[in-house]
Ligand binder design. Structure first.
Ligand SMILES: [Ca+2]
Ligand SMILES: [Ca+2]
Length: 415
């Protein structure tokens, strides 16, 4: 029934994914003088609205149960640095080349460094074309070299360490990490070193917050007896209620896109958030006040359900979504129209509780964008979500694959 409610009003704002939130700050002309010729090592900053790309999808990992995952914090800090550099340099585009410098790949390595760095980190010289074709080679070489710089800065305060490594990556010189002089290459302006290292530091912190959130989801799921799939490429779909994109809690008020839609995957046994978007698990005010069902608007009960297949959602603005055709879900009926579950009756069944998009409605107004479904705010974000989950090998093997989703109250996750 609720699916009929998702008639679409067009409007509004372009969505902000987490990636888009960390837009690079452009540089201000500064007064510090660079004493040696500037050795630009990297390409332009790529700004795209995409889920955070953390690791190459083409790297093959062994699958391990979540319970065996115990990384040292040291390693996870280094992994966050690598992800931050890749995010800064290319936003995860392994085939990228820079038109000014010919910097190569996801980490934007200079071609002049490739022979020696590849020999050092993979034991042989790797050519330009092979390098660009192989994300796993790129990662080995990039991580090998970054680890040299990372270890060189060991013992420094975290921010200084990260920014000195970033400065070395960008300019060849750690001491210039706070240099605000604008940089040029082939007449084109690039960020100052200070802006570059600041942006890498911000990405690094965001990466660590997401990794912390991923670990909390794993711990919570284990405690609840929820299933998480850990084999390569398998996607776990999670909704967290009352949580912002930076992992902080909000008041989960009625009629705001104040929940998260997350895709969580495992790499080498380690949980990673590979997609995160604004969402709602609750109906907006319109359908709370004007429910499709006389017993009240549906608010899905937190839990884990196996209920969805890929299909088409909507009546006017048809789009690919996850459609509740494969299993029952339990919902509260918000008969008292207060947007809260407390005291409401529950029922279980097929209610058309689909995963669809929210027509780019403003962050603080759900309008008619949600009537009880699991809704990602923006069209673009929803397309990214669908593209990502369709890469799940189980779906690739079987288009009738049944997707699960777990709905978690954010306040429980933080405990
Ligand atoms: Ca909410
Ligand atoms: Ca209620």
């Amino acid at each position: 029934m609720e699916r009929a409610a998702l008639e679409n009003q067009l409007s509004g704002h372009v969505g902000a994914t987490l990636a888009a939130m960390s837009l690079f700050l452009s540089g201000q002309a500064g007064s510090i003088k660079t004493e040696q010729p500037f050795k630009l090592n990297s390409g332009p900053v790529q700004i795209e609205s995409q889920p955070v790309q953390i690791e190459s999808k083409s790297v093959q990992f062994e699958s391990k149960p979540a319970s065996q995952f115990k990384p040292s914090s040291q390693d996870s800090d280094f992994e966050a640095l690598v992800a931050a550099i890749i995010g800064q340099e290319s936003n995860g585009r392994y085939n990228l080349t820079n038109p000014d410098s010919d910097a190569l790949g996801a980490c934007q390595i200079m071609p002049s460094n490739l022979p020696s760095w590849s020999k050092k980190h993979v034991g042989r010289e790797v050519g330009r074309d092979e390098f660009l074709r192989s994300p796993s080679l790129q990662l080995k070489i990039c991580k090998g070299q970054l680890r040299v710089y990372w270890q060189r800065e060991a013992g420094k305060l975290e921010e200084l360490r990260v920014r000195r490594v970033a400065s070395t990556w960008y300019s060849g010189r750690p001491n210039l990490w706070n240099n605000t002089k604008p940089q040029y290459y082939n007449g084109r302006r690039y960020p100052s070193i200070a802006d570059y290292t600041k942006s890498v530091w911000e990405k690094y912190q965001k990466e660590k917050r997401l990794n912390d959130l991923a670990k909390k989801i794993v711990t919570y799921s284990k405690n609840k007896g929820y299933k998480l799939y850990t084999s390569p490429g398998e996607k776990n779909i999670i909704y967290i209620e009352g949580m912002n994109l930076d992992g902080s809690l909000n008041d989960n008020a009625l009629n705001s896109w104040n929940d998260l839609r997350i895709v969580l995957e495992f790499f080498e046994g380690s949980p990673k958030i590979t997609g995160i978007w604004e969402a709602t698990t609750a109906p907006g005010k319109y359908y709370t006040d004007n429910p499709m069902n006389p017993q009240g608007a549906a608010i899905i009960k937190p839990g884990q359900y196996w209920a969805w297949k890929v299909g088409t959602h909507g009546t006017k603005e048809l789009h690919s979504g996850l459609i509740q055709t494969a299993g029952k879900v339990k919902v509260y009926r918000d008969k008292d129209k207060n947007g809260k579950r407390t005291g409401d009756k529950t029922n279980s069944g097929f209610f058309g509780i689909n995963h669809h998009w929210g027509y780019d409605y403003p962050q603080r107004d759900i309008k008619k964008g949600a009537a009880g479904c699991l809704v990602g705010r923006t069209r673009a974000g929803h397309r990214e979500f669908m593209k990502l989950i369709k890469q799940d090998p189980r779906y690739q093997d079987n288009q009738d694959f049944i997707f699960g989703a777990t709905i978690i109250p954010g306040s429980e996750l933080q405990n």
